[in-house]
Design a protein around this ligand. Structure first.
Ligand code: FES
Length: 127
C-alpha cells in the first residue's frame, strides 16, 4: 500500500472518486471543461496560497489531491461550497475551488497534492 494504482475510466466528468492511500483519502476529480477554464482564469495574486491551476495538475481533466482539510483535518465535500465545482469543509467553513485552492474560511493552505504519475491515459499510480 505504499503505492496505489487507480483506474480512471469509471469516473464520469464532474465526479470525484475517493480512494485510500496510506490511510488518507485521495480525491480523484474528473473536471469539466467549464471548471478547468474557471480555474485557469482565476487571478492567482488574489489567492491566500498562490498557485496556478497548471501547477496543481498533470493533465487538466484530472485533479488528484489528498482529501484532508489543511485547517484541522476534516474531509471536505466535493462539488460543494461557494465556488462552482469546488469543495467545502463543513467543520469550520473552508471553501476550496475546483483546483483545491483555499478561497474562503480558516484553512491556511491549498489541499495537498500527493506524489503520482500517469501510467497510461486511464491509469494513475499514487505514491
Ligand atoms: Fe476544515 Fe476546519 S477542518 S475548516
Amino acid at each position: 500500500e505504499a503505492q496505489v494504482e487507480i483506474k480512471l475510466q469509471n469516473i464520469n466528468v464532474g465526479k470525484v472518486s475517493i480512494f485510500k492511500w496510506r490511510g488518507k483519502p485521495i480525491f480523484v476529480y474528473h473536471r469539466s471543461q467549464a471548471v478547468i477554464e474557471q480555474e485557469r482564469q482565476t487571478d492567482v495574486m488574489k489567492l491566500r496560497d498562490p498557485e496556478t491551476d497548471e501547477q496543481r495538475v498533470k493533465r487538466p481533466e484530472w485533479l488528484v489531491m489528498i482529501g484532508i482539510c489543511t485547517h484541522l483535518g476534516c474531509i471536505p465535500i466535493p462539488n460543494s461550497g461557494i465556488i462552482h465545482g469546488g469543495f467545502y469543509c463543513p467543520c469550520h467553513g473552508s471553501h476550496f475551488d475546483g483546483a483545491g485552492r483555499i478561497r474562503k474560511g480558516p484553512a491556511p493552505t491549498n489541499l495537498e497534492i500527493p506524489e503520482y504519475r500517469f501510467l497510461d491515459d486511464s491509469t494513475i499510480l499514487i505514491g
